[in-house]
Write a protein that binds this ligand. Structure first.
Ligand code: ADP
Length: 241
């Protein structure tokens, strides 16, 4: 599903590369934890996969399409296929939860459709939001103001928004960085479960090796822009075939 071959990324001429000839293949539905110290290149890898930083060398192929070569409609379709869950969720606090969740549908809606939704959401759209929220356990918050939710609930809403996008790949950059340890486990377990159910390929950066071992199918360790270690395992959540 995701194939990265010899990827080198550099932020400026004459600077050391942030990623150096990195190669990684991730199967459909596989859940991979990226661990490594600060500055090892995890965020850069996510940016490169999302197409926000160009590759100096190498290539990234998602579901058969090479990033960097896609243009126009194809590029938009490709971006739509990548769901991103940020460290500090990037929801709009003053909006209702369903509005934030359905932001995940913007890639398949016209501007007019999006404006109409903000003013007069249709029953079918609210049901889609409710169904995504059900999958992450906060359906009762459908109409709540997003800013009134706890940190853990907001991270669940961010996962629901990514699900509405119907992605083939989900990138979670330190999704539990601002949560306490108990909540962190719940959110990681949820993220891995929903990705597994929908056979979404999940790449998630983490600091905690113990949590990576508990919830993911595979652990990849980054150090100075290269993969220093690959571990294969079957997580407690069950094998992904
Ligand atoms: P991580 O996510 O593992 O903490 P990053 O991908 O953020 O690592 O950083 C990898 C390297 O790239 C670091 O040396 C960092 O200083 C550098 N870097 C990251 N972002 C930028 C940027 N926008 N401009 C210049 N250098 C950057």
């Amino acid at each position: 599903m995701l194939a990265i071959e010899g990827l080198t990324v550099r932020y400026g001429k004459g600077t050391a590369p942030a990623l150096r000839e990195l190669s990684l293949s991730v199967a459909a539905g596989e859940r991979v934890a990226l661990v490594g110290p600060s500055g090892s290149g995890k965020t850069t890898l996510f940016r490169a996969i999302s197409g926000f930083v160009p590759a100096e060398a190498g290539r990234i192929v998602i579901a058969g399409t090479e990033i960097g070569r896609a243009r126009g409609r194809r590029l938009r379709a490709m971006r739509r296929g990548i769901g991103v869950i940020a460290q500090q969720h990037d929801l709009v606090d003053r909006m209702r939860v369903y509005q934030n969740v359905m932001a995940g549908a913007l890639g398949r809606w016209s501007t007019l459709h999006a404006l109409r939704f903000l003013l007069w959401p249709r029953h079918v759209e609210l049901e889609e939001a409710r169904s995504a929220l059900e999958r992450v356990g906060v359906a009762e918050k459908l109409r709540a103001r997003t800013g009134e939710l706890s940190g853990g609930q907001q991270q669940r809403v961010a996962i629901a928004r990514a699900l509405v996008q119907q992605p083939v790949v989900m990138l979670a950059d330190e999704p539990i960085a601002s949560l306490d340890p108990d909540l962190s486990q719940h959110i990681l377990s949820l993220l891995c479960r929903v990705a597994g159910e929908a056979r979404i390929t999940l790449l998630c950066s983490l600091h905690q090796h113990d949590l990576a071992e508990r919830y993911f199918d595979r652990i990849v360790r980054l150090q100075d822009g290269v993969i220093s270690e690959r571990e294969s395992r079957v997580s407690q959540l069950g094998a992904v075939s």
